[in-house]
Design a binder for this molecule. Structure first.
Ligand code: FAD
Length: 232
């Protein structure tokens, strides 16, 4: 059953620096807030002089539904007035949220193998899915391949590598050192790709390139789900 979106306020309880400009923000989670791994929320901030990108953003929920004590989102704090405000939000501040939204979700009833291709920060829904599969002890084959342009941008590596087992595989690719995610790398990691469901998320250019690649390898359109993170 999908969970209908609700509007609520939530308090910032923790902020964690992952790289020079990437942070995880932990918010209080109400016991009534349920979601499916892969869904996202809309966040609205009070910004005194917002730039023309406005006062709201969408963020995938990077925490798993099984992590009951918080909702976590991970983002890069770059230039916009939204990000600057979020980055300097004092612990205890309340923000407005609405969600959950989205159909880019893990269907745990579907035992078909999953192949997840993430570009940089597009890894956030994959973290939610992998932690969920681990916590629920669901042995659906799941291969995550994530590409970062350089080593300094890598996030979640230690944690997600530790979730690897017979069913779950995690492969980090650093474009500047290993080249891009290509046909050879996918074939090496995924034996039965024509029977797999593909998830692709990240900046628009990455999503477009990976959709094209998957299709060129014979993956049917109905077996590809994509989530484009605009703005990067
Ligand atoms: C379903 C969905 C899920 C998403 N999930 C996530 C997620 O989990 N994590 C995440 O980080 N994002 C996510 N996004 C994208 C997110 O909503 C923002 O669009 C994105 O983070 C960019 O934020 P920003 O516009 O504040 O730009 P910034 O992050 O500040 O910057 C992005 C780029 O825009 C440039 N830029 C920004 N502001 C200005 C300015 N005023 N003038 C000139 N250049 C500027 C920067 O130099 C940079 O190149 C998601 C989007 C969708 C639709």
């Amino acid at each position: 059953m999908p969970n209908p979106p609700q509007s609520f306020t939530s308090r910032l309880i923790k902020k964690e620096e992952l790289t020079r400009d990437t942070y995880s923000f932990y918010f209080e989670r109400a016991s009534t807030f349920e979601f499916i791994p892969g869904q996202y929320i809309k966040m609205v901030l009070n910004i005194e002089n917002p730039d023309d990108r406005g006062t709201s953003r969408f963020f995938s929920i990077a925490s798993s539904p099984t992590e009951k004590e918080h909702l976590m989102i991970t983002t890069r704090i770059l230039k916009s007035s939204f990000k600057k405000t979020l980055g300097s939000l004092p612990i205890g501040s309340e923000v407005q949220m609405r969600g959950p939204h989205g159909t880019f979700v893990l269907d745990e009833q579907d035992t078909k193998g999953k192949v997840y291709l993430a570009g940089g920060i597009g890894i956030t829904p994959a973290r939610s899915m992998l932690v969920y599969l681990r916590d629920k002890k669901i042995a659906i084959p799941f291969t995550l391949m994530v590409s970062f342009s350089n080593r300094n941008e890598i996030i979640f590596q230690e944690e997600l590598n530790a979730l690897s087992d017979d069913a779950r595989k995690v492969a980090y690719v650093v474009t500047s050192e290993d080249g891009r995610i290509d046909e050879e790398k996918i074939s090496k990691n995924v034996p039965d790709l024509l029977d797999s469901l593909f998830y692709i998320s990240g900046p628009g250019g990455f999503v477009e390139a990976m959709e094209k690649l998957a299709k060129s390898m014979g993956v049917r359109e109905e077996n590809i789900k994509s989530e484009d993170f605009p703005g990067y």
